[in-house]
Design a protein around this ligand. Sequence first.
Ligand code: NAD
Ligand code: GLY
Length: 362
Amino acid sequence: MTKTLRVELGADSYPIVVGTGLLNRVGEILTPHVKSGKVLIVSDAFVKARYMPIVHRRLTDAGLDVNTVEIPVGEESKSLAEFSRIQDSLVANQLDRGSTLIALGGGVIGDLGGFAAAVYMRGISYIQIPTTLQAQVDASVGGKTAINHPKGKNLIGAFHQPKAVVIDVDTLKTLPQRDIRSGLIEVIKMGVIRDEPLFEMVAENLEAILNIEAATLIEMISRACVNKAEIVAKDEKESGLRMVLNYGHTFGHALEALTHYNSYQHGEAVSIGMNCAAQLAVQLGMFSETAFQRQRSLLKRAKLPLTFPADLTPEAICDAMYLDKKTLGGKRRLILPTRIGEVVIRDDVDDRQVLEVISQCF
Ligand code: NAD
Ligand code: GLY
């Protein structure tokens, strides 16, 4: 069972292949997208042990010269130090402008590996093989690559589109439930921002999704990726429309930075952020209480967190939100829902209202 979608970006267009058993076919799938024989696969310790052997074998069988580099597990690896280690490996293995980097892993590996490819020799090709739900429905598509600065998430990065994305849903069988739930937030987010039927599909199929039923996952991931591909095709560099993908993220990124990226999974922080943003929208009179409860109820059923931790202050969260990349000329831009299926970008909400709603989300 395989679906192929496309991100339409003119000369930079690329396919997203979604299905089961794809790692086993990775040689035939990727050969058309690799210019010369040399590749470097970037992965973390877990992914390397579990999925590297089959990918390595299939790419070698396809005639490629396969090199590998292992990154420590976790968000802390989106750092200058690990970025530097990948550059060292690219140099040591003599990858050239025709070579390809393959990011095999979750969003951390995709963002870090993608950024390394964007910069090495002023940009070489890369391919995403995402193995977490988070990366399959969001991070691997759209060409945003980045590492973190100690003061803020994803502050150092580049737009660099992959040559292909290969999503094997079988990899989700080894993913802990916490990561499945956390990744699911990006699909629920997509439903709230522009696709009410997708929101309903998740609500109706939550058990099948959490039980990793392949057909349901392929359908859900494909629909999430089609939405993302449409947005990216219209606004690759986030000059407007693409910002809607950051619904819940302004609050969420502040929480992640304040908790040093190690207490919350990205999706968990976004869940709290979406709940807070929706509550703010209700208070601004632009989102109904019923719609707010619909979102809240799905987040609760998915066992995602809704409130900030007691050891942070609303003031600290509010301040940290200014480091968000959507802040322009000192104006904070918030993505707020008007109904399930539509959001707007607002830069006129004053600090007092933001602070007040954060205080209510503890
Ligand atoms: P992650 O990459 O840290 O992976 C989470 C954990 O899952 C890791 O411990 C990893 O080893 C493990 N893992 C990976 N695949 C597995 C599998 N199949 N089975 C078992 N364990 C597996 O985290 P993530 O949630 O995938 O990604 C979060 C990152 O993605 C954040 O840094 C976030 O900023 C980024 N992100 C980027 C974009 C974008 O557009 N570029 C979008 C959303 C999120
Ligand atoms: N995850 C946000 C974006 O890709 O724009």
